[in-house]
Design a protein around this ligand. Structure first.
Ligand SMILES: CC(C)(COP(=O)(O)OP(=O)(O)OC[C@H]1O[C@@H](n2cnc3c(N)ncnc32)[C@H](O)[C@@H]1OP(=O)(O)O)[C@@H](O)C(=O)NCCC(=O)NCCS
Length: 178
């Protein structure tokens, strides 16, 4: 991971996360960050977490047809990633809405948070989804995760809540515009 000093003006670059085969390792790490986001959580090893089918199905076989995603990079090395995977009624994710709505996974390396990386990634992902003609993308977030603010700010709206998590949906314009 690059360790350049970080400021609001750090020039990261955004690129397609399906482009490089080695991206999958970084995406797996970010999936684990998203699954164990709470500071102080006892971290399960990556291999154990990915072997859990409820987690692993967000990345298995990346990229599969229909997958799309973005990575933010500094000096060519990824610092954050966001992607969409369509899971179905037969194998739904935590943020499942319907078979036509892919679910979002997003994670930014701990050293690079709160600098706008996540905002850029989610905005880019929304644009990509709209350009693909999708009507919506969804996600699930625990109610005490501050990422909720980011989602609300980006027009992702709650649709269903359980005790400790909320399913959120971002409706997309058929014109392909945000
Ligand atoms: C959520 C996440 C992707 C945001 O990325 P980021 O690069 O830090 O996001 P930005 O700098 O663009 O925006 C910061 C936003 O993140 C949110 N945020 C996430 N975690 C936060 C924290 N610990 N403290 C404060 N804000 C936090 C805030 O809403 C903030 O938005 P605001 O400035 O409007 O309040 C990143 O914090 C992360 O990887 N967290 C761990 C994994 C995770 O929780 N993924 C989502 C699971 S549903």
């Amino acid at each position: 991971m690059p360790s350049t000093p970080k400021t609001k003006t750090t020039p990261w670059k955004i690129r397609d996360a399906t482009a490089l085969p080695r991206d999958v390792e970084f995406l797996e790490l970010m999936l684990c960050e998203a699954a164990q986001w709470r500071p102080g959580d006892k971290a399960r090893p990556t291999s154990e977490l990915l072997a859990d089918p409820n987690v692993g199905h967000y990345i298995t076989g990346w990229p599969q047809p229909g997958d799309f995603g973005l990575a933010d990079t500094v000096a060519g090395e990824p610092i954050g990633a966001a992607w969409c995977r369509k899971l179905t009624r037969l194998d739904p994710g935590y943020g499942y809405v319907d078979d036509d709505t892919p679910e979002v996974v997003i994670g930014v390396d701990g050293a690079w948070r709160h600098l706008g990386v996540g905002t850029a990634l989610l905005g880019g992902l929304i644009d990509q989804a709209a350009r693909r003609g999708l009507r919506s993308i969804s996600l699930s977030v625990e109610t005490d995760n501050p990422a909720l603010n980011l989602y609300s700010r980006m027009g992702v709206a709650p649709t269903e809540a359980s005790d400790n998590a909320v399913t959120m949906i971002r409706l997309l314009s058929p014109s392909g515009k945000r």
